[in-house]
Design a protein around this ligand. Sequence first.
Ligand SMILES: NC(=O)c1ccc[n+]([C@@H]2O[C@H](COP(=O)([O-])OP(=O)(O)OC[C@H]3O[C@@H](n4cnc5c(N)ncnc54)[C@H](OP(=O)(O)O)[C@@H]3O)[C@@H](O)[C@H]2O)c1
Length: 246
Amino acid sequence: MKRIVIVGATSAIAEATARILAQQDARFFLVARNKERLALVAADLALRSSHEPGTYIMDCSDWTMHQAMLDAALAHLGGLDGLILAYGDLPDQARCQSDMKALRQALETNLLSACTILQLAANHMASQGHGVLVGISSVAGDRGRQSNYVYGAAKAGLAAFLSGLRNQLQAKGVRVVTVKPGFVDSPMTKDLSKNALWAQPEQVGRAIAQAMAGRRGGVVYAPWFWRWIMLVVRAIPEPLFIRLRL
Ligand SMILES: NC(=O)c1ccc[n+]([C@@H]2O[C@H](COP(=O)([O-])OP(=O)(O)OC[C@H]3O[C@@H](n4cnc5c(N)ncnc54)[C@H](OP(=O)(O)O)[C@@H]3O)[C@@H](O)[C@H]2O)c1
């Protein structure tokens, strides 16, 4: 039985992932900032598994709560086998260019707060000699685009942080998985127009659950074809990339 903390448990991708893990007899400690929505997610998971999830209300931007959250998770679960860091926010790029508070908040939510949560969980897992850490980055972090570079920079930083953790923790029996979804139809992207490249949260959830069940860490593109799309995008020479004005 796996004991799993999900930070950002009200996210559509997190919810889809948890439903799959519930079928594998996972036990959960769910963390989110919206009390009512978290209660609904917890009630749904309680029906799908034989265990009552623990819940914790936290705005992840408040890093002073991170250790207390982890302590509460350990107390509820009696140990920690996995942590999924799923929260994030797609900022208004134009606003971030004129409002420095919005720019900094976007970096705080998508990068800085994520780093402290991951580091604290990594320290615990390293000391116990096992565990799997999952961080949801994005294909947006693979190359900065003019239309989305604040979010992209945060997700690139998160991917680099996870890469370093993976490198460091491999020898300590801890696996680190970086998930890079492409376009996913979720509340975060409700105002964007959709096309054939868009995936459902369940597809990403399946990829995450599969990676967690594997024996190694690594980078998972979800759906898989984004690995090849981003290979091409990264290979475009900078002068041409600038002319494309993406
Ligand atoms: N959707 C996509 O196309 C896409 C693509 C690539 C990567 N991702 C990443 O996938 C992850 C999950 O996103 P999603 O698609 O499932 O979107 P979502 O359903 O909108 O979930 C985002 C979640 O983040 C939570 N959140 C935001 N700021 C928070 C904070 N300061 N403290 C606590 N919770 C906070 C939101 O909580 P509230 O409900 O309280 O606002 C919400 O539950 C995110 O990291 C996102 O960046 C998404």
